[in-house]
Design a protein around this ligand. Structure first.
Ligand code: F6P
Length: 362
């Protein structure tokens, strides 16, 4: 091995730059390799001229460990096997990617991504016989085969802090605050931060809920326990009671819901008589300085990923298990729902505290 590439793929999160830094430090300082950072995920290798940055030791000014986002840029513009063209058609551009790797003379690639993009890049690498090692990242914490991924801890901290800020204003105005958080298919952010931030209701895509259940909990808090305010956390991917995700916009004067947060805000007010307000955190959860935990995870993953490349152990993803880094086969990292709470600890804790988390026991 003489020269490696590193790229970030899919949605950004805090800690990506810390992984890139760790990959470069280990590759250059320990192994004496050249390291190229590929710009905008797979796009940098598909475009001509190639788009990349030379990541030598002079490049790292000292800030990268602390900075959110990705210094390389990223894209979730689509699958190179089915690349969306301007005329609306799809084209297989996988060979452009493979050729890009050869043109740059890369001996291997470190790919920092979620399960979807890692799966696509590993198929690209298999098509071109390119050595690849994956590093899991996602705020949603839904990559299989690892206890946690880079970006989750920071996002969950942001949500916890949001609850810390919402509670005093909720208490001052005697209101029910509804906080909508990210998580299209996974409730890890909502459940972890909901417990940590003192929520009364936590709704996750994995557990069906009922409006009556939510309203009963809020009435119990407001009237039974005499607290004048309540906090509700809802993951964006939660379905309404009838299984529909509320749709966006006000069409032709007819009111439609702007998302699950707005839907709950209106219905909770109707069902409980309480004054309600909604906050939608959105991409605030993805930016900002990585937490201590994300920096540590990113650093450990980066170093270990380069070690796997040095050993030519390709087709692997680094993973966190039992307080350490292990390697898992990339093809075991399947796409799809990953258990929210494998041993039941979080739900047991939440329900033990009296938090309403849906009507169905898991
Ligand atoms: O997959 C991570 C995630 O943060 C989801 O929770 C969210 O729905 C999505 O990305 C939004 O991504 P974007 O706005 O970049 O498409």
């Amino acid at each position: 091995i003489k020269r490696i590439g590193v790229l970030t793929s899919g949605g950004d999160c805090a800690g990506l730059n810390a992984v890139i830094r760790a990959v470069a430090y280990r590759a250059i300082r320990t192994y004496g390799w050249e390291v190229f950072g590929i710009v905008d995920g797979t796009m940098g290798l598909m475009n001509r001229p190639l788009q990349y940055r030379t990541l030598d030791l002079h490049f790292f000014t000292g800030n990268h460990l602390r900075e959110g986002g990705t210094m390389l840029g990223t894209t979730n513009k689509g699958d190179p096997f089915n690349f969306p063209m301007p005329d609306g058609s799809k084209k297989d551009r996988s060979q452009d990617f493979v050729e890009g790797v050869k043109l740059l003379g890369l001996d291997a690639l470190v790919v920092i991504g979620g399960d979807g993009s890692m799966n696509i890049v590993s198929r690209l690498c298999a098509a071109g016989n390119i050595g690849m090692v994956g590093v899991p990242k996602t705020i949603d914490n839904d990559v299989h085969c690892t206890d946690t991924s880079v970006g989750f801890s920071t996002a969950a901290n942001v949500v916890t802090e949001a609850l810390d800020r919402l509670q005093p204003t909720a208490a001052s105005h005697h209101r029910v605050m509804i906080l909508e958080v990210m998580g299209r298919d996974a409730g890890h952010i909502a459940l972890n931060a909901g417990i940590s931030g003192g929520a009364d209701v936590v709704l996750v895509p994995e557990v069906p809920y009922s409006l009556e259940g939510v309203a009963d909990k809020i009435k119990e808090v407001l009237h039974g326990e005499g607290r004048s305010h309540a906090l509700v956390v809802v993951a964006e991917g939660c379905k309404t009671a009838d299984g529909e995700t509320p749709t966006i916009s006000y069409a032709g004067g007819q009111k439609r819901y702007g998302g699950i947060g707005h839907y709950l805000t209106e219905h909770i007010a109707d069902l409980t008589g309480a004054e309600t307000r909604v906050t939608i955190l959105g991409h605030v959860q993805r930016g900002g300085t990585p937490s201590m935990h994300d920096r540590l995870l990113a650093s450990a993953f980066g170093v270990h990923a380069v070690d796997l490349v040095a050993q030519r152990k390709f087709g692997k993803m680094v993973a966190w298990r039992d307080r350490g880094v292990v390697e898992v086969p990339l093809d075991a990292v399947t796409i799809g729902p990953r258990s929210l709470d494998p041993n039941g600890t979080l739900m047991h804790t939440a329900r033990g505290l009296g938090i309403y988390c849906g009507d169905f026991e898991r």
